[in-house]
Every structure is written in structure tokens, then in C-alpha cells.
Design a protein around this ligand. Structure first.
Ligand SMILES: [Zn+2]
Ligand SMILES: [Zn+2]
Length: 489
């Protein structure tokens, strides 16, 4: 079995990078695919020793019960304690294994728990915020204007960025975004660790240089504050008063005079660690084993009650139309991927996901490769999870698909994969829709707001009605794709 290096994989955001890394032979990009054993490690030699110990205890108990029985009791207690600790050790092993192989969104389940303290918290909005801040931060360091972002970036974080140099930074594209860790819910301050993979061009030097980078950002904020609404969530507003971000040289807001130096009002970047910065592009060829396709579906805990409850709250929800929309999106993404034309997919995904897909499609163009999936077929779309926050409903489905997947160079020669071998795979797709969206589901290539034929700008704005169709304000849009092995439910 080889791994399809296809759209549904590569374009698959955060997950794509480590796969490519594995494929490319463990250079840069992401933790690499080691770990992931989990169980089965200690058998062999240990079993033999245990056998002799039990035989000795049996002999001792029969021949010298006064010594044997107390020893038995001690051993039994020790064994129970060992098994208990082993169980928790195993849980952590599985967790850390999942973490290395699936950076997708470990810990994000926890970050959703923040909604218990902050009813405005929305993972989708938080993701947008991180994207926006990342791009702004690198742009600002290119312009030598990092101080303007001091309400969001600590002196240490700004210093790290400043060291990278100025002179212009452009073409900032995020290829992967991972909530690697989230903690602190039991304390007044919560901390989120975010791993970015991105590329950008530094225009200050001649010739201009393109960099592929991995960065770890540590963000913190007060647990008990209220998140801004989606409209104010893009790091372009004063965290304190919400006016357009305009920071005076002493770090105070030009409007409200507040000097923001921590997470008292919103997320605040405590530190940035540049883990990799290289001008070597990621490899787009090669294979890794397809894993998890046969795994049983991971349903949300309580899904049997939660999904009917969602349907009861939304009597107008047309499950068949939703199914059709997922298939439409899948087909459009696949076509866009092979044509290396992201405009075509633009209307169907959130800004964040679009950015990730563009990262990979640009890379295919740069490396003069085309990934093709012939006979692309969606077999089944199965709802597995439903979530709602203040601003969005989110539905996750498991998508079953197959096709002949291969990559060709621009001369049409197969560079990897196979034209004849049929591959099957499944993925978990999460779609979001604004809570205030109108309720009909569009299943054709038409604007979900005005009904005109789809024609959207790079920012997702309909050319006819001016509606931002990628916001989820009008219809379901794709916000996340996760592989079987990375999907954590
Ligand atoms: Zn202010
Ligand atoms: Zn429109």
C-alpha cells in the first residue's frame, strides 16, 4: 500500500506537512513519523520472568504459608498498582503518538472547553485570529513596524521576529496550523501552543528568497474574559476598546489610552520559537502507507442524542441537500486541485482552509507537478459529530472516496503514484455555518446569497451581491479536513 499524495491528502491542511515530511525522508517539516506504537512493547522476556515469579510464589505459599501468604498480598497490591499506572501510561503514550503523527488539532477539544467560561469562544474564530495575527506579524517585521502590534505581541515575541530581519516580507501563506497544546482552565490564565508551518518571500535582499518555516507560538489570555465577535477578531483592533489598531510609540492605544501588555483583554503572544527556517521546498512526491481507512468510524460521544437534538432545533435542515453539498464541494476541490486553480474552490472553504490549500497548490506550480485523481468517486458521507457555539454550527462527516491517484510532471510523465491502481480512503470533514445563516442549502455552483453563478474574489466576496460567501454566513463551508489517523473526535 502506498499513500496517495493527492489533494485529499496534500491539500489536507495541517496533516499534509508531516506526511510530506515522512515521504520526503524526514527532512525539515514537522516532527516526523516515528512513534505511534502503543501497546505490544513489553511481551517476550517479561512474560518468562513473571512465569518464574508466579511459580516461586506458588511454591512458597504451599510450603511456607506463613511467609508465602503475606508475600502474595504484597505482590497482588503491587501488581494492581502497576496495572493502574500502566493504564494511564498507555493513555499518555497514545496521546503523544497521536500528537506526533497528527498535528491537526490535538488539544482543541480542550480549547472548546473554554466556552464554559467565555460563551463567545469559537474555535473557528480563534483560528481566523491566529491566521490574521501570523500574517500581520511577519508583514509588520518586514516593514519595521512591529511596535504597532505590541498589544498582541510581547517584547520577547517581537524580538524573535525582529531577529529574522526586515526589508519586506510578502506572499505569506500558512500551510498548516495546529493547536498543539491547551491548558490552564483551572487557573485565571489559559495558554495555547500553536504550531505554524508557512512560507513567505523576503523581498529585502536580491535575489528575493522564499523561506519555508515552522514556528511555535505560545499565546495566553485571561480565562474569564469574553472573546470579541467574529467581526472584531482579526488582530486589527485594540484588544481593549475595539477601535482600529493604532498604537502610539509608548504602546498605548490612540483611542482609549490603554497599554496592553498581557492577555487581560484578548489572546496575547507570550513567545515565538522559530523551529525551522529553510529555503528547501517540501517534497511533493513519494509514498507513505494509507492508515486508518478500515478503522471503525469515530462518533462524537453522545452523537446518537446530539444529532437528533440538532435536527429538532433545525427542522428545516435538509440532510439530503447537505449530503449533496458535501459531494459538490469534494468534486470542486478535486477539480481545482488537479487544475491547480484555487479560484474554483474558493467559494467553498473558509479563509483559513483556503490559505492552506493555496500553499500546497502554489508549491505544485513551483515544482511543475500536477496531482491527478482519475475516477474520483465519493461513496458515502456519514455525519459523525455536531457542535454549536455562539456564532457557528459545525457538522463533521466521514467521507468515503476512491480514485486512481498519481502525480505527473508538466510533460505528462508519471512522477509518483499509479494510473491503474484504485485507492480507497476516508477523511473527516468539518463544515461550519453561521447561526444566523438562511436555512436553504445550495447544491450547485451558485452564490448561496444571491443565486448568481459563482464568481468570487480571492477574499471570498461574490462579484454580484458583495456577500462574503466563505464566512459561513450564507451556507455551509468547509473549515477542516482531517485524516483517519489524525482525527481525534
Ligand atoms: Zn483602545
Ligand atoms: Zn452573490
Amino acid at each position: 500500500m502506498t499513500r496517495r499524495p493527492s489533494i485529499l491528502l496534500l491539500l489536507l491542511l495541517p496533516y499534509a506537512a508531516p506526511l510530506i515530511a515522512r515521504v520526503g525522508g524526514g527532512e525539515s517539516y514537522s516532527g516526523g513519523g516515528s512513534s505511534s506504537s502503543g501497546g505490544g512493547g513489553d511481551g517476550g522476556g517479561g512474560a518468562e520472568i513473571i512465569f518464574y515469579i508466579i511459580r516461586f510464589l506458588f511454591w512458597l505459599t504451599v510450603n511456607y504459608p506463613a511467609i508465602g501468604i503475606p508475600v502474595d498480598i504484597v505482590v497482588i497490591i503491587a501488581v494492581i498498582k502497576y496495572l493502574k499506572s500502566r493504564k494511564s501510561a498507555k493513555e499518555t503514550t497514545v496521546f503523544s503518538a497521536a500528537k506526533t503523527t497528527s498535528p491537526a488539532r490535538q488539544g482543541s477539544r480542550d480549547i472548546n472547553a473554554l466556552a464554559r467560561f467565555d460563551p463567545n469562544f469559537s474555535e473557528a474564530v480563534f483560528t481566523d485570529f491566529c491566521y490574521s495575527l501570523y500574517a500581520r506579524a511577519h508583514q509588520a517585521r518586514g516593514e519595521g513596524k512591529l511596535e504597532n502590534l505590541s498589544p498582541y505581541l510581547s517584547p520577547a515575541a517581537r524580538a524573535t521576529l525582529k531577529q529574522l530581519g526586515g526589508g519586506g516580507v510578502g506572499g505569506i501563506v500558512i500551510g498548516s496550523f495546529t493547536i498543539a497544546d491547551f491548558r490552564g482552565l483551572e487557573s485565571p490564565t489559559v495558554t495555547a501552543t500553536i504550531d505554524f508551518e508557512a512560507n513567505y518571500t523576503e523581498t529585502g535582499s536580491q535575489p528575493m528568497r522564499r523561506f519555508y518555516v515552522r514556528e511555535r507560538w505560545t499565546l495566553e489570555r485571561q480565562r474569564d474574559i469574553l472573546s470579541p465577535t467574529p467581526a472584531h477578531a482579526k488582530a486589527e483592533h485594540c484588544p481593549s476598546c475595539g477601535a482600529a489598531l493604532q498604537t502610539r510609540s509608548d504602546g498605548t492605544c490612540a483611542h482609549c489610552g490603554t497599554r496592553v501588555v498581557d492577555g487581560s483583554f484578548n489572546w496575547f503572544v507570550r513567545s515565538i520559537e522559530v523551529r525551522e527556517r529553510s529555503d528547501r521546498p517540501p517534497s511533493l512526491l513519494g509514498h507513505a502507507a494509507e492508515r486508518g481507512t478500515e478503522s471503525p468510524t469515530r462518533y462524537q460521544h453522545g452523537f446518537q442524542e446530539k444529532f437528533p437534538a440538532f435536527l429538532a432545533r433545525h427542522p428545516e435542515f435538509d440532510a439530503q441537500a447537505f449530503d449533496q453539498r458535501v459531494r459538490l464541494i469534494a468534486t470542486e476541490l478535486q477539480s481545482a486541485w488537479t487544475a491547480r486553480d484555487w479560484e474554483r474552490a474558493r467559494a467553498f472553504e473558509t479563509d483559513a482552509l483556503f490559505s492552506m490549500h493555496r500553499y500546497w497548490i502554489d508549491e505544485y506550480k513551483r515544482q511543475r507537478l500536477v496531482n491527478v485523481v482519475d475516477d474520483f468517486t465519493i461513496h458515502r458521507v456519514e455525519p459523525v459529530k455536531v457542535m454549536s457555539d455562539t456564532f457557528y454550527d459545525a457538522l463533521t462527516v466521514r467521507v468515503y472516496a476512491s480514485g486512481n491517484d498519481y502525480t505527473v510532471d508538466e510533460g505528462g510523465n508519471v512522477a509518483s503514484g499509479s494510473k491503474s491502481a484504485v485507492r480507497t480512503w476516508t477523511e473527516y470533514w468539518t463544515l461550519i455555518r453561521g447561526r444566523a445563516a438562511k436555512k436553504t442549502i445550495t447544491t450547485t455552483r451558485n452564490c448561496p446569497n444571491c443565486g448568481a453563478e459563482l464568481k468570487v474574489s480571492e477574499t471570498g466576496i461574490c462579484a454580484f451581491c458583495g456577500g462574503k460567501v466563505t464566512s459561513g454566513d450564507f451556507d455551509w463551508v468547509l473549515s477542516r479536513i482531517e485524516q483517519d489517523e489524525s482525527y481525534s473526535g
